[in-house]
Design a protein around this ligand. Structure first.
Ligand SMILES: Nc1ncnc2c1ncn2[C@@H]1O[C@H](COP(=O)(O)OP(=O)(O)O)[C@@H](O)[C@H]1O
Ligand SMILES: [Mg+2]
Length: 242
């Protein structure tokens, strides 16, 4: 079954075309890696799909329905949730309260009977390393990303977007996140993840999509895209410019 289909999605910021006519699909069970150099338009692309910053043109279909331009809260209720490259938690809320907010507002009424228990389950699922009563502003970036993931999962997504979940992780933490991503996938949640760390991409993704200057340059099985000379030169090109 096709979970997500984009057709020529374009996002312009004034004169800058950040995403240029990107068409792609996510099938049920996929763990798709969205790769490409810094500034390629990866975050803008998922913002356009998830409703945070709707596309300038093009079409988004979620489970066959046209969802182009729907708000993030509508997309969330339909089964799309996400984490952020830079998490922005409610700073004064505790971890459990943060997840409960998503559990209460992200699900249709009646789906979750006990929001506290459900939220506690989500924190355990992501192996949140702190006590549930810790206040968000006391967390470091790695811990915040884990909380952000628990929050995203609390609304029962069918498709999960992750934006650079693994940046800044130690080797041990990388192994942890790999295991957690496998667990999410086993739950039947399809995944589209923006990621730079090849070790993680190769371990969890069955498919890759590479964009450069807002344009899709490769899409296909992980091994094939990872070995595509166009993809290698996209990364090398960006290093030369930096
Ligand atoms: N809200 C915005 N307004 C103007 N330009 C933006 C905005 N968001 C992103 N951009 C620009 O769009 C391009 C793609 O950015 P982004 O999607 O963040 O790239 P990536 O996630 O691949 O690193 C960059 O040139 C960036 O400066
Ligand atoms: Mg980004």
């Amino acid at each position: 079954m096709i979970v997500l289909e984009t057709h020529e999605v374009t996002k312009k910021f004034g004169g800058l075309t950040a995403v240029n006519s990107v068409s792609m699909t996510v099938n049920e069970g996929d763990v798709v890696g969205l790769i490409g150099p810094n500034g390629a338009g990866k975050t803008t692309f998922i913002n356009a799909i998830s409703g945070l910053n709707p596309p300038t043109s093009g079409q988004v279909k979620f489970f066959g329905e046209d969802t182009t331009g729907l708000t993030p809260e509508k997309m969330c209720r339909l089964g799309l949730s996400r984490t952020f490259q830079i998490p922005s938690p409610f700073p004064k809320m505790t971890a459990i309260e943060s997840v409960m907010t998503a559990s209460i507002f992200g699900n249709d009424p009646g789906v979750v009977k006990d929001h506290t228990a459900h939220s506690r389950e989500m924190l355990a699922f992501v192996e949140f390393p702190m006590d549930e009563t810790v206040v968000a502003e006391q967390l470091n970036t790695v811990q915040l990303k884990r909380l952000d993931l628990a929050r995203a999962l609390a609304s029962h997504p069918k498709l999960l977007f992750m934006d650079e979940m693994a940046s800044g992780l130690s080797e041990g933490e990388l192994q942890d996140i790999m295991r957690i991503i496998h667990k999410i996938s086993k739950k039947g949640i399809s995944i589209l993840m923006i990621e730079h760390i090849m070790q993680l991409i190769m371990a969890v993704c069955n498919k890759l999509l590479c964009i450069q200057f807002g344009t899709k340059i490769a899409e296909g099985p992980t091994e094939e895209v990872a070995n595509d000379p166009k993809v290698a030169s996209a990364y090398l090109g960006s290093e030369e410019e930096d």
